[in-house]
Design a protein around this ligand. Sequence first.
Ligand SMILES: Cc1cc2nc3c(=O)[nH]c(=O)nc-3n(C[C@H](O)[C@H](O)[C@H](O)COP(=O)(O)OP(=O)(O)OC[C@H]3O[C@@H](n4cnc5c(N)ncnc54)[C@H](O)[C@@H]3O)c2cc1C
Length: 369
Amino acid sequence: MTGQVAVIGAGVVGLATAWALERRGLHCSVFEQGAPGGGQSAGESRIFRHAHRDPRQFELALRARRDWRDWEEAFGVQLISPDGSMVLGEDAVSRLERYADEPGIEVRELTPEEIREVLPPMDRFDGPAMIDETAGAIRTRLALANLIRAVGTNLIPERVEAVLPRITGGVEVVTENGSRTFDSAVVCAGRGTSFLAEASGVPIPVTDRAHVRLCFPVDGAGRERRLACFQDSSGFWGEDAGYGSAVRGNREYTVGLAVSASMDATAADSLDDLTARTLDYARRAMPGLSPWPAQALHCWVTELPWAPDGLAIWQSADTFFVAGHNLFKLAPVLGRALARSVASGEVEPGFRPEDRLGASIGEPAGSAG
Ligand SMILES: Cc1cc2nc3c(=O)[nH]c(=O)nc-3n(C[C@H](O)[C@H](O)[C@H](O)COP(=O)(O)OP(=O)(O)OC[C@H]3O[C@@H](n4cnc5c(N)ncnc54)[C@H](O)[C@@H]3O)c2cc1C
């Protein structure tokens, strides 16, 4: 196809899609109701990791890592920190060690002393641990700023009310200011995707959950040292799973649990409880950080029922809808898959809901980052 494409949502996925479409020679308009990058993509950092339960997502992460390098080259900036990402505990280690011999990633076991070298504020840990040297903290703001610049003139600051199929083909995008027609549309609206999909007759089984991450200041000397990301499934510090990542050029370190709270009538209690649990965990696992966080961030995650890392693309005529969790690290590869789906007129094989991407039979649930 050769026409005009509407992208709904200027988070990392919408921006990556818009740029991939532009690079294919397709013209797109990106509709955004608020500040670009201000939804689930907001914040200073995300973990890039190769380890996934589902081997198909490992393959995607490998491709995404190459694409992140491509973005780094195109934008002339480093987007993934060189500090690596560590896994602690048998479950997380088993997810990474099976890929140890794969070309393109560099993985090694860590002794308790080496753990303290790659992440000095961490408590002593004598269990199984590995580091992926080719993973690290994504510099999210830098990535978003460069993507916004790349698609800049095509950003339309309007809230989309509906995306409707036209009888003669193509789609009508209805906003508060009227409607415009396009040959196709890609809905990457984060928490807003299921609402727009529902109106198009596409039920997406996504659940919104609230998440807490705490940001701790790192003192001057600590900033000079290596601060790897971590994913912990050891249970050693009283929680099944937690994660951490450096932010703001090592000036702060964020810690979270791989759990989130349901947003029902007990929402406020759940969030308070989750904040207290996260603080306890951070103090036990990371005694080298200040015991008091500089800030607590409450944010939304959108999860599909089949896996914590589940993701899929739905289609209704000429409109594509994407939903899932932990999408930041995969954004370059997801954007290209969405652009190819638009160009071919059908969802790229492997990304369809029936593929249940992220689900790997026989493994326990629970993941971070
Ligand atoms: C605390 C936290 C930690 C995370 N950690 C990681 C991690 O370590 N690694 C990782 O890979 N991922 C992680 N994630 C997940 C990742 O951040 C998200 O999956 C990703 O940012 C989603 O991007 P998106 O573009 O799909 O959605 P969003 O960033 O939410 O973008 C959607 C945009 O659409 C706009 N919009 C919505 N409705 C409309 C409408 N009707 N009209 C116009 N605009 C609309 C919104 O304003 C928003 O800007 C984490 C998420 C959170 C919250």
